[in-house]
Design a protein. Structure first.
Length: 517
């Protein structure tokens, strides 16, 4: 293996993330590569160091050992403007997103052992690096001993659709950075500026004219380069604390993709089928001709799949003082049986990420045709949320945290119609619905027309779930259930669970009970 160590000398890291108001943490492998490349350019460009950088950019993304961090509040600072157009003494506001890591050291580990000559050049190059990110983000780098490296917290996984995306180097990155660095022009300008300072009389006048012709914009500036390649990373899953593990159904919190709405019309829960249907269609379109059964929910012959498949569900604003049930985003739940299904993960990855691994904006809309012309009824833009999402409905823990008591947010659609003894029959069918979703049968079930949660209306206010055929049951109701043991979400039950109906949410502590019907 080959491991590079980084120590943040001031105890904090300053580097702007993808969002300009968020600091980047952990440091992306691409940022570390750019810091090493900058040290190479600024110290004369040693040929051996170049070979080391070319070797490094050809490797697969490294594992990352980096602790958690504390993020500082973003405060603006006014600095002199750099451009020539700006009026004298005018200052512009800039922000410097900063984090304070819990540990000041970071390790990047590649599985390939570097040749001896490459290791020597890497060690020399690391000694020249003084910062990672902003100039105030002082750092020390070294070639680390693999045995002394802690276990990695972030693991590269190109099919990581639920993880994070970090910038990484690739073949050709050094050449790209060399062009951006514009070293030859900068060196020429520095040489002419030095000569101008020593010149006098006519020679000085002539040098000024020459410089003005060669560099009409003044000293060549180094742009802010951006590496194009992104790689998927997943956090190392730590073992749960000792004690009884919560039960789960076919889905668990580790395999849920959350998409927040960043642009679009305000839509209520009654739009659930429109929204989840549009997202499902977009995912199948992105998959192309090789449509996985675990995504479509249908076997090759068109019959319904007998396997748990991908579910799409809404994330509404509920259970708060001013909750009104409007949808803030959508989620994609991937069954655990599909964890190693590369075809499925590539299909969903095609929806979420671009050619170089960058995040996509997912566009959804619904249109109707009138007079031969298509017209959009609504149009949504969605983006994957980060771990710092402030809207409670888009924090997956709100839908997955372990609890013994759960209640429906969207109505549960029964698998078949109740019999004559309707009340007890409904309770029985609801119990069967939880078992069909891979969960235990609840010890208590309460059936009610209105949801337990504030912001959700009557079950009959939701459009009927009519998919699957006219003869299938359309009876839908809200429920509150209690289990003997803790259950962890997401919990999706009933006939419409793969399209967002039967979505439940944890509601109470262990010591509270449900009055069953």
């Amino acid at each position: 293996m080959t491991t590079l160590g980084i120590r943040y000398l001031t105890g904090h890291a300053v580097a702007t993330g993808v969002a300009r108001d968020r600091a980047e943490w952990p440091p992306h492998p691409g940022r570390v590569f750019m810091a090493m490349a900058a040290a190479y350019f600024e110290t004369g460009g040693d040929p051996e160091e170049r070979k080391a950088l070319e070797w490094l950019e050809a490797q697969e993304p490294p594992r990352i050992c980096a602790s958690g961090c504390h993020r500082r509040s973003l405060v603006g600072a006014y600095v002199p403007a750099n451009d020539k157009v700006t009026m004298p003494r005018r200052r512009q506001e800039r922000t410097f997103p900063t984090v304070r890591p819990e540990r000041d050291t970071v390790f990047l580990t590649w599985d390939t052992e570097a040749p001896t000559e490459i290791r020597g050049a890497l060690e020399k190059l690391c000694g020249k690096v003084t910062r990672i990110g902003h100039s105030s983000s002082l750092a020390q780098m070294w070639l680390a001993e693999d045995a002394a490296t802690p276990e990695a917290e972030w693991l590269p996984d190109d099919l990581a659709i639920e993880g994070e995306r970090f910038r990484t180097a690739e073949r050709g990155s050094l050449q790209y950075l060399e062009r951006e660095f514009n070293g030859a022009a900068r060196a020429k300008y520095a040489e002419m500026a030095e000569a101008l300072e020593a010149a006098k009389g006519k020679e000085k006048t002539q040098l000024k004219k020459t410089m003005a012709t060669a560099f009409p914009e003044g000293e060549p500036r180094v742009p802010d380069p951006k590496l194009a390649r992104w790689a998927g990373y997943v956090p190392r899953r730590s073992e749960r604390e000792a004690g009884e593990k919560p039960l789960t159904g076919f889905f668990d919190k580790e395999h849920v993709v959350v998409l927040g709405m960043v642009q679009g019309e305000r839509l209520g829960l009654e739009s659930t089928l429109q929204l989840t249907g549009a997202l499902r269609n977009a995912a199948m379109k992105a998959a192309g001709e090789s449509l996985p059964e675990l995504l479509s929910g249908h076997a090759a012959d068109g019959s319904p799949s007998g396997k748990p498949h991908v579910a799409f569900f809404p994330l509404p604003f509920v259970d708060a003082e001013h909750a009104d049930g409007h949808v803030l985003g959508l989620a994609i739940a991937i069954p655990r049986v599909a964890e190693q299904d590369a075809e499925l993960r590539q299909a969903i990855g095609a929806l979420l990420f671009g050619r170089n691994g960058e995040e996509n904006t997912v566009c959804l809309w619904r249109a109707f045709s009138k007079g031969g012309e298509g017209r959009a009824v609504w149009h949504w833009h969605l983006q994957r949320t980060s771990g710092e999402e402030t809207r409670a409905a888009l924090r997956i823990r709100q839908w997955t945290k372990p609890s013994k008591v759960w209640a429906s947010v969207t109505p549960v659609v029964l698998h078949h119609y109740p019999k004559k003894n309707r009340e007890n029959s409904v309770v029985e069918i609801v119990g069967e619905a939880f078992e069909s979703a891979g969960l235990p049968r609840p010890s208590r079930v309460a059936v009610q027309p209105v949801s337990y949660f504030r912001g959700v209306g009557h079950a009959l206010e939701m459009p009927e779930f009519s998919e699957g055929g006219e003869r299938l049951c359309r009876y839908q109701t809200h429920v509150v259930v209690e289990f003997e043991r803790m259950v962890e979400g997401p919990v999706l039950v009933g006939r419409g669970r793969f399209r967002g109906y039967g979505l439940c949410r944890p509601v109470r502590g262990e010591d509270e009970q449900v009055d069953s019907d």
